[in-house]
Write a protein that binds this ligand. Sequence first.
Ligand code: UD1
Ligand code: CA
Length: 454
Amino acid sequence: MSLDIVILAAGQGTRMRSALPKVLHPIAGQSMLGHVIDSARQLQPTSIQVVIGHGAEAVRERLGADDLSFVLQSEQLGTGHAVAQALPTLSADTVLILYGDVPLIEVATLRRLLCKVDPEHLALLTVDLADPTGYGRIIRDDAGVVQAIVEQKDATPAQRKIGEGNTGILALPRARLADWMARLSNRNAQGEYYLTDVIAMAVADGLVVATETAQDAMEVQGANDRIQLAELERHYQWRAARQLMSQGVTLRDPARLDVRGAVTVGRDVLIDINVILEGCVVIEDNVSIGPNCVIKNSTLRRGAIVNANSHLDGAELGEGSDCGPFARLRPGTLLGPRAHVGNFVELKNAVLGEGAKAGHLSYLGDAQIGARTNIGAGSITCNYDGANKFLTVLGEDVFIGSNSALVAPVTLGDGATTGAGSVITGNVPASTLAVSRAKQRNIDGWQRPLKIQK
Ligand code: UD1
Ligand code: CA
């Protein structure tokens, strides 16, 4: 069975009160429409058609991709009208309708729905709600067979008591669609062309409407304002936290972790409170992450420790290495096995060899640092002359005295030492001490200035 997917995303979203088109508002760091497109892709359809209108250019610019077609609906005349705009480009057996502002729909649910559609059956996803206000209601006959959907505004008081709501998500045989679209009318309370009217048409044409029920109402919940957006965000995060815990992660508080990307985890990982994991993050067995850390596009090898308040972006921590509290590891940071980075240390495009240490208050940029080398407190690489960046290369077992400034390009051989406070502008051969600072003078009987009497 071939499949075309149509995603409706033309609505304005007035209640967001935003310059950003509604479907570009993010859940877990990715636009709502982006989530829906991701789910659609997993169904491997023949085509994905995104119906855009409000903010069309911004949506196209942000999400454009080779496997997507955008269809412009310049006036929003209703969900039926929106689908009709995509009709000429559809060619598959089945058409699945999704919504750009219903981001948490799960692929497994869609697969269950798609099992029920064929040339004689429509498949409709419904949801049982304690308060169905605003939803189209599912009208069934005495035998429980679906007959129609009636919108809230067109419903009789008796119909409004029905708790089974229309999620809007449905799958239908494409061959029938052109005929049904041509028969839509806007003679209803809202003056719109309702997609939901195809249900009664299908029944009249002798098709049967099969239903599937969403187990989790949040999965089919749309975001119309920022309050619903926040509810969906929390639901997403709760789902992400539960998945991590099921894979062997201890979360000190599952409500205080935010996942904004794809996280791979090993077993016996410990994550303390207020951690943000962003982008592509790989966390191996026995890693421990302290409170208030932001970890983006990074890999933490077995047993690595990230202490409190550290910020990692594009870093790799080797086995048993550690950093922080208050470490900042920028793109291109690579800590070798058991390397140690302490507090207020910033690394960028820097490799620390096995067991190397930078314990306190350092900036190491564009640097290659050999195994067991020790960087004294306050030492920095001067990697930038205001125009270009240069490399600092330190061999193995180097000892950099505190508050040294290493002016790149510069190379220090294995076992070299620098005296505290030195400004190193030239290469230092292996096993050599380099000192470059004024000699100390002691002045006997020095009198401190006295306060002037008024
Ligand atoms: C729709 C359903 C209703 C269902 C509810 C679930 C219809 C007529 N009604 O109602 O049965 O219970 O969703 O939330 O379908 N859109 C367009 N172009 C348009 C109109 C809408 O792209 O011309 C998009 C909107 O951006 C939105 C979605 O379609 O993402 C739903 O439209 P909306 O007007 O919110 O429909 P509801 O009144 O909520
Ligand atoms: Ca809606």
